[in-house]
Design a protein around this ligand. Structure first.
Ligand code: FES
Length: 162
C-alpha cells in the first residue's frame, strides 16, 4: 500500500537504487537495511509511514520492514535531536570508565538515556560495541566517532556542535 505524503528525495532514491544494484533482482530485500538508513538520514527518524514507504520501494511486506527497523538500535522510531549521541557501554568501554562519561553527559545535558534536550539539540543514547574498542571509551555523534573520551573532551565536542 502506497503511503500518503511521505516521499524521498531524488538523491535518496538514487542512493537506494545504487544499493539495489548491488544485489540480484530476486534479492532486493538485501538492500532493506541500507534503504532504511538512507530514509532515516533524510527524515531524521523512521515514522511508521516512512518505513512502509521504504518497504514499497524495496518490495518487501511492510511487516518485514517494521521488524528490521525495530530490531536494530541504529534506527530511530521516535524523533531525535539534531545531534544523536550514542555512548558505548559495552565491555571495553565499561572497563575504561564509560560510566563516568554517561554520568557526565546526563549531567551536562540534563537528560537521561533515550531523552532529548529541551532545545532539541541533543539526544542521548546508550549503544553496544561501536567497534572502536582500542579507543575506549568511545561514542558516536551522527556519523562521527570520538575515542579515548574524558569529561573535558566531551565538553569540547559538545561545544563544537550547534
Ligand atoms: S566496547 Fe566500546 S567500542 Fe567496543
Amino acid at each position: 500500500m502506497e503511503s500518503e505524503q511521505i516521499s524521498l528525495s531524488e538523491a535518496s532514491m538514487s542512493e537506494i537504487d545504487r544499493e539495489l544494484a548491488k544485489y540480484p533482482p530476486d534479492r532486493r530485500q538485501s538492500a532493506l537495511l541500507a534503504a532504511l538508513r538512507i530514509a532515516q538520514d533524510e527524515h531524521g527518524w523512521l515514522r511508521p509511514e516512512l518505513i512502509e514507504h521504504v518497504a514499497d520501494i524495496i518490495r518487501v511486506p511492510a511487516i518485514r520492514a517494521h521488524e528490521v527497523a525495530s530490531f536494530y538500535s541504529m534506527y530511530d522510531l521516535e524523533p531525535v535531536g539534531r545531534h544523536k549521541i550514542e555512548v558505548c557501554t559495552n565491555i571495553s568501554c565499561m572497563l575504561r570508565g564509560c560510566d563516568k562519561i554517561v554520568a557526565h553527559l546526563k549531567d551536562v545535558l540534563g537528560v537521561d538515556i533515550n531523552q532529548t534536550t529541551e532545545d532539541g539539540r541533543f539526544t542521548l543514547k546508550e549503544v553496544e560495541c561501536l567497534a572502536a574498542c582500542a579507543g575506549a571509551p568511545a561514542m558516536q555523534v551522527g556519523h562521527d566517532y570520538y575515542e579515548e573520551l574524558t569529561a573535558e573532551k566531551v565538553d569540547r565536542i559538545l561545544e563544537g556542535l550547534q
